[in-house]
Design a protein around this ligand. Structure first.
Ligand SMILES: Cc1cc2nc3c(=O)[nH]c(=O)nc-3n(C[C@H](O)[C@H](O)[C@H](O)COP(=O)(O)OP(=O)(O)OC[C@H]3O[C@@H](n4cnc5c(N)ncnc54)[C@H](O)[C@@H]3O)c2cc1C
Length: 330
């Protein structure tokens, strides 16, 4: 997408009158890592129909696009994205409680969802109180904590895909697994989801949520710029324990530093770039492989330039960025 094309796209998207459209928006403003170069075009639709209108427009005009929720599980390239980046944070905000179910737009924050369920006396989302990010991002990642995850509560999801448009799928079609789902392999966009919960006493739900939040505050660098766990747990091992064992706490590359509180977290001390985080991840991965013979795989999603404007493959990325990560120590 050239500069001229970007300006034309901005103009045409503004003509759709669906919300805010900006050019060269710094994505570090939209990620919890506070890292990421500019989005060539950044759109924040105000409604679900606005989100669908933009999706249809980019499909019809064959323009590369990328969906972003709260940006709490992404590492975005310093070069930014030569694409239309669509934010769900304003347009997909509906919540409807119909006990024992709850239907919510995919831009709703998990913490808000967890609180809403608790107030309605519905149990099942207590685990989500300590996970930042949106429902949409949580579906993509099958986000989970404290022994549960999204797969335990999702019943149906309304998705948009470039071929069929808007339709509803059953949870099993989403193929949820540990930090994985079919959303990562197909161009599905989650618009909303229906969650099935269980009636329970409000006080009991509240107690469990408080317990989860206190644990989180004790064990993770809450309040610092980060993107949660950098690596998936290579079960039966825990990534944090393997990284702690190699003495990596405090390791840093410029302003990217391994948290002293939790070794599987990298924090941005202020002006870390994506390349700093990548280099640190590479060092960790190599050292853990040398120490324990275990290959760590990233949990955070890499979002960077590639064919078509976006590329979410770590192998391609690390090759492109010169960090070369086909094997842990290459
Ligand atoms: C301090 C901290 C703690 C965390 N703790 C946990 C934890 O305990 N457990 C856990 O599982 N995760 C955890 N995370 C990671 C993160 O919060 C979750 O993965 C969250 O669900 C991501 O949501 P998001 O809206 O930020 O997604 P984003 O980071 O915006 O996006 C993640 C991916 O989902 C895609 N996406 C987003 N919305 C949609 C949509 N509507 N349709 C299709 N694709 C979409 C994006 O394109 C991207 O590929 C933590 C993160 C932080 C910063």
């Amino acid at each position: 997408m050239t500069e001229l094309e970007a300006s034309r796209i901005v103009e045409e998207l503004r003509n759709l009158d669906i919300g805010t459209v900006r050019e060269d928006e710094p994505l570090r403003r939209h990620t919890s890592f506070k890292i990421g170069g500019p989005a060539r075009v950044f759109v924040e639709p105000d409604s679900q129909s606005g989100v669908v209108a933009v999706l249809q427009w980019v499909r019809d005009h064959e323009v590369p696009y990328f969906i972003i929720g709260q940006g709490t599980n992404v590492l975005i390239s310093d070069q930014g994205l030569n694409a239309v980046v669509i934010s769900t944070s304003r347009g997909l905000k509906s919540i409807a409680v119909d006990p024992p179910c709850l239907r919510a737009g995919s831009g709703v924050l998990l913490t808000k969802l967890s609180n809403t369920a608790a107030k309605a006396g519905l149990s099942g989302l207590e685990f989500a109180i300590s996970i930042p990010g949106t429902l949409g991002g949580a579906l993509v990642m099958n986000a989970g904590a404290h022994g549960s995850s999204m797969v335990a509560v999702v019943k149906r999801v309304t998705v948009w895909d470039p071929v069929h448009g808007v339709r509803e799928i059953a949870a099993k079609e989403a193929e949820f697994e540990y930090r994985q789902s079919r959303f990562q392999k197909t161009p599905w966009i989650a618009l909303d989801a229906t969650l099935e919960l269980e009636p329970r006493d409000f006080a009991a739900i509240r107690e469990l949520m408080t317990h989860h939040m206190e644990y989180r505050l004790r064990s993770q660098p809450v309040g610092e710029a980060n993107a949660g766990s950098m690596f998936k747990n290579p079960l039966p091992h825990y990534a944090g324990q393997l990284i702690e064992r190699i003495g990596a706490k405090g390791w840093h590359e410029n302003d990217a530093e391994v948290s002293m509180l939790h070794a599987n977290f990298i924090i941005n001390r202020g002006s870390a770039r994506a390349i700093d985080v990548l280099r640190l991840m590479r060092r960790i991965r190599c050292a853990v492989f040398g120490d324990a013979g275990v290959i760590l795989r990233p949990e955070v999603r890499w979002i960077g330039p590639g064919e078509g404007g976006t590329n979410t493959s770590w192998d391609n990325l690390w090759y492109e960025e010169g960090a070369g990560l086909k094997a842990p120590c290459e």
